[in-house]
Write a protein that binds this ligand. Structure first.
Ligand code: ATP
Ligand code: MG
Ligand code: MG
Ligand code: MG
Length: 474
């Protein structure tokens, strides 16, 4: 079953249960300073959960564009390392705004996944977790659905009050939250990893596919939980993960849309297509994040959301460079993405020229300094050093436009230490010099003041600009 068909099936299933199909909202949340990006399907309904906004429906279903590349939900460092995490992904969701609660949520989910008319997944491949003290959810799974006790894991340490663990979902530091129950698919013993709740649960074997959150609280800035006006339901299922299950593969990158992008990445970097090259997967992931960000109005810059975009583009370009592609390639993948996802997201087709141009400009800018930056990095490691010193990391950042997380990515793949303390010291000194010289507007790098503090970019901006000017003048 192709991803496009799975998306439609999900929406139709819930439409049949009286849910209103609602379009995805943009990756940039409207008017919400508490989060940088849309990290889940519930974000566009936050005010409905809180009771501030009324809609003409109490049940909704969506396929939502999500980005987890900053703040509380950040999977950037997982990309290239797991088979199931992306920066950009689509989240299928069904929502109840004070309408149904635990029983219907759980039985709907189970029906969709296992009924022969719908996905017909083998029940023995599925297991679930519930919040440790949530006997109600436990009993629904055990008695109503009939799941055996060994397939239901209680998760939670019960140290905090009233809820304080993994099976307690929160949007950000503040906002709607509640205990949850999650459904996992077992890829079988060929894949490394243990069941949820076990020490090696972080592997790819037991893949979390669907989270059903019982929205009951609003968490305030002091961390205090206030009951919501009405208990509600918010669910999220990764479309790419569901495609993995239904297409009978073991990695999201082998599913229709992503495999086509891995192939395109291989073509544009001039290497043979393989699923065993993490850099190709990183590029396939990052083109989606970058193209959708530009489509939703973000442009590369040195602060806030624009700096997240800049970092993702540069990471992708560096992975291409690692594969031997020294020329421009990344922006060319926009066309492949538009053909893979343009039907579902016409904005990719309408905006194709603009998205391509924006990514190309960023790619060109970084291409001018990447090569000499890499040479500097190699030089600093001469003699078999296993640590990248802070001064070099800072020069890479300030003079060659290497965001520190990009440098950390290089160190991680080569198993090198990165002297972060040394880097931060250099950065602080540069900022001090800048302040002393009165050159910088202190506000310039903190456009955004929610919980997504990111690396300062203005140092890179100024120095990089000087370097680029030198290059221009020959
Ligand atoms: P994980 O534990 O695998 O990191 P999560 O618990 O952080 O996932 P939730 O916040 O519960 O994820 O999101 C709901 C669903 O969205 C998940 O069950 C999963 O199917 C999907 N999902 C979450 N993060 C990602 C991601 N980075 N890439 C692809 N799908 C994701
Ligand atoms: Mg996660
Ligand atoms: Mg999880
Ligand atoms: Mg989860």
């Amino acid at each position: 079953m192709r991803t496009a068909e799975i998306r439609q099936k999900f929406l139709h299933f819930f439409e049949g249960k009286d849910h209103q199909i609602v379009a995805s909202s943009p990756l940039v949340p409207g008017n919400d300073p508490t989060i940088m990006f849309t990290v889940a399907g519930m974000v566009q309904f936050k005010d409905v959960f809180l009771g501030f906004e009324k809609r003409g429906y109490t049940r909704a279903t969506t396929s939502q564009k999500c980005l987890r590349a900053g703040g509380k939900h950040n999977d950037l460092e997982n990309v290239g390392y797991t088979a199931r995490h992306h920066t950009f992904f689509e989240m299928l969701g069904n929502f109840s705004f004070g309408d149904y609660f635990k029983r219907d949520a759980i039985t709907y989910a189970w029906e969709f996944l296992t009924s022969p008319q719908w996905l017909n997944l083998p029940k023995e491949k599925l297991m679930v977790t519930v919040y440790a003290s949530d006997d109600e959810a436990y009993d629904i799974w055990h008695k109503t659905v009939g799941l055996p006790a060994e397939k239901i894991v209680r998760i939670g340490d019960n140290k905090g009050a009233p809820y304080a663990s993994d099976n307690f979902w929160t949007m950000g530091d503040t906002g709607p939250c509640g205990p949850c129950t999650e459904i996992f698919y077992d890829h079988g013993p060929d894949v490394a990893g243990g069941p949820p709740g076990s020490p090696d649960e972080d592997g790819d074997r037991f893949m979390e596919i669907w989270n059903n959150v019982f929205m009951q609280f609003n968490r305030d800035e002091a961390g205090v939980l206030h009951p919501l006006p009405k208990p509600s339901v918010d669910t999220g299922m990764g479309l790419e993960r569901l495609s993995t299950v239904l297409q009978g593969v073991k990695s999201n990158y082998e599913t229709d849309i992503l495999a086509s992008l891995v192939k395109a990445a291989a073509r544009e970097t001039g290497v043979a297509y393989t699923q065993d090259q993490p850099s190709l997967k990183v590029i396939a992931d990052h083109i989606r994040a970058c193209a959708f960000l530009v489509a939703d109005g973000v442009l590369p810059s040195n602060e806030g959301r624009g700096y997240v975009l800049r970092r993702i583009v540069r990471r992708a370009v560096r992975h291409g460079y690692k594969l031997g592609q020294k020329g421009l390639f990344f922006h060319k993948l926009v066309a492949d993405l538009a053909s893979a996802m343009g039907d579902a997201y016409p904005q990719l087709i309408e905006g194709q020229a603009r998205i391509t141009a924006a990514l190309k400009a960023e790619e060109e800018q970084f291409a001018r300094t990447l090569d000499i930056g890499m040479a500097l990095l190699e030089k600093s490691l001469e003699g078999g050093k296993r640590t990248l010193d802070g001064k070099t990391a800072f020069t890479l950042h300030s003079t060659y436009g290497f965001p520190i997380d990009l440098t950390a990515d290089i160190c991680r793949e080569r198993e090198l230490e990165l002297d972060m303390a040394g880097y931060e010291k250099e950065l602080a000194e540069e900022q001090e010099r800048g302040r002393a010289a009165g050159k910088f507007n202190a506000a310039a790098n903190v456009e955004y003041n929610g919980n997504d503090t990111i690396f300062e970019g203005y140092v890179a901006n100024s120095c990089e600009a000087r370097v680029l000017a030198l290059y221009k003048d020959g």
